[in-house]
Write a protein that binds this ligand. Structure first.
Ligand code: SPD
Length: 390
């Protein structure tokens, strides 16, 4: 059976996978009650002006701001959605880009960033909650949260979804160009073994992301992505320093373009980004190394000092609409947590992921690990500073 078929069996397999993922993530398994769908307990709005938005998807127009400031990862939304939201609700969305969770966390820690909506990954949600940097979501303003797969609510990092709702999920592994690798590689050795990576000197890149890149080195060495042992961190540092001699660079923001233009032939990469490159260049494929890769859930959250929290909740609700949710994943090629959107994905969405090696079956799932934080995780920053400094 082709996984690209929209058969009940495929949907069952995906559901089972999601249940396994949930178990791996330590979710509570108790999804919060579905939102009521009622509008916010606010005074009845005055009659709208002639040019005011009338769509139900815009909430209470009298409470919307003119502008919404969105802080997001690169290539992680179809910008047409901004134009559609502006046409429908009269709110202009502006977007700035960050390269890693650590960059996002630093920006919010500095204060007064002015952002209304951010997209932290699983462990970063936990860090931001612990630092009191997120604002509780008013779920009455987000009735489309009922479209989210209940198995993906209540994850370990925010058990009641007080501060976050899922946006997109995916995996981290290696992207490669089949013209250089007619035999698909299967190990991190392709990018960490000096003999192999230096054969592609100047044509290989790593993600500019301390938890992902140090974690990948740790995994190649036989350790966990989350290993903070000083000796293991030193081994990972030395491996990354040796590899650095032969890299084109660290790149989280342009690796998609570098892969599709063939400036880079092998890259540490995220699944959806690699699929975006494959949609431009069919020589680009992806694999999860036999030693293991990561799985992640990225989430929508509102900073505690967001100037326009209500508008952010209305935009979150808009993104969770079935049609908009499908438009989002048709563009990003990441997996949607929106059950109502899944049936609306383009016919070639799963076909591209399947032929490109991005689908997650049970064998792949067994090799995936969540990046997590604990009180020792600061050592990753020290190791990363040592790697980047040289
Ligand atoms: N281009 C968007 C990439 C989003 C990746 N976020 C996940 C990071 C997991 N560590």
């Amino acid at each position: 059976m082709k996984l690209s078929d929209r058969s009940p069996l495929r949907l069952l397999i995906l559901s089972l996978l999601l249940l396994s993922i949930l178990a791996g993530c330590g979710a509570s398994g108790t999804a919060p009650a579905a939102p009521s769908g009622e509008s916010a307990a606010a005074p009845a709005p005055a009659a709208p002006a002639a040019d005011a938005p009338t769509s139900e998807r815009c909430g209470d127009p009298s409470k919307l701001s003119d502008v919404l400031r969105f802080f997001n990862w690169a290539d992680y939304i179809d910008e047409e959605i901004f134009a559609q939201f502006e046409a429908e609700c009269g709110v202009k969305v502006t977007q700035d880009i960050y390269a890693s969770n650590e960059d996002l966390i630093a920006k919010l820690q500095a204060g007064n960033a002015g952002y209304d909506l951010v997209i932290p990954s699983d462990y970063a949600v936990q860090i931001l909650i612990n630092a009191s940097l997120l604002r509780p979501l008013e779920m009455a303003n987000i009735p489309n949260a009922a479209n989210i797969d209940p198995n993906l609510m209540g994850m370990y990092y925010d058990p009641e979804n007080t501060y976050s709702v899922p946006y997109q999920w995916g995996t981290t592994g290696i992207a490669y160009n089949t013209t250089v690798y007619p035999e698909a590689p299967d190990s991190w050795a392709a990018i960490f073994d000096p003999a192999q990576v230096c054969e592609q000197k100047g044509f290989a890149s790593m993600l500019d992301d301390e938890r992902e890149s140090i974690g990948a080195a740790l995994k190649f060495l036989g350790y966990s992505y989350n290993d903070t042992d000083a000796d293991h961190q030193a081994q990972a540092r030395d491996l990354l320093l040796a590899q650095k001699e032969c890299l084109a660079g660290y790149n989280s923001e342009n690796y998609i373009q570098s892969l599709s233009s063939e400036e880079v032939m092998i890259a540490h990469a995220w699944s959806g980004g690699t699929a975006q490159a494959r949609s431009e260049n069919e020589n680009v494929k992806f694999f999860i190394p036999k030693e293991g890769g990561t799985i992640f859930m990225d989430n929508m959250s509102i900073p505690v000092d967001a100037p326009n929290a209500y508008t952010a909740e209305i935009f979150i609700n808009y993104l969770l609409d079935p049609q908009i949710g499908a438009q989002l994943s048709n563009y990003t090629y990441y997996f949607t947590p929106n059950l109502a959107a899944q049936a609306l994905l383009d016919p070639d969405y799963y076909a591209l992921l399947e032929s490109g090696g991005m689908l997650v079956d049970e064998a792949v799932l067994a090799r995936l690990e969540w990046i997590k934080r604990d009180d020792q995780s600061i050592v990753f920053s020290d190791t990363w500073t040592a790697v980047k400094a040289r």
